[in-house]
Design a protein. Structure first.
Length: 117
């Protein structure tokens, strides 16, 4: 009973994903959609009927099915930069310095004609 219930949930999730795929979503300007192979392997029980004369036996072996699909994901530039930085840190490199034109080093009291004395 529990397996049937989880299958219903999975089928419901698949239907929701199909409905979401039908409605096009607007991606932010710095994002792009990319396709990638999403191959999944799962196991199913396939009944096999073997008959010897008038006696039939059923066996239910586990069979592995490979589901080859092409999926689509939205990739944003900011996420790519964060992933690249995380990969850099995991490989042992130090963090990159964040530089910005807005963050300038200013002296506490710069010399101007007003406070030069």
């Amino acid at each position: 009973m529990k397996a049937q219930w989880s299958m219903k949930i999975r089928m419901g999730n698949l239907r929701d994903q199909e409905n979401d795929a039908d409605t096009p979503a607007e991606a932010p300007p710095d994002c792009r959609e990319e396709t990638y192979p999403c191959t999944r392997m799962y196991s199913v029980h396939r009944p096999i009927k073997r008959c010897i004369h008038s006696l039939c036996l059923y066996s239910i072996p586990r069979v592995y099915v490979i589901n080859k699909e092409i999926c689509v994901r939205t990739v944003c530039q900011q996420e790519e930069l964060l992933k690249a930085e995380l990969c850099r840190e995991k490989s042992g490199w130090p963090k990159r310095l964040q530089r910005s034109a807005k963050k300038r080093c200013h002296r506490r009291s710069p010399k101007t004609w007003k406070n030069s004395n």
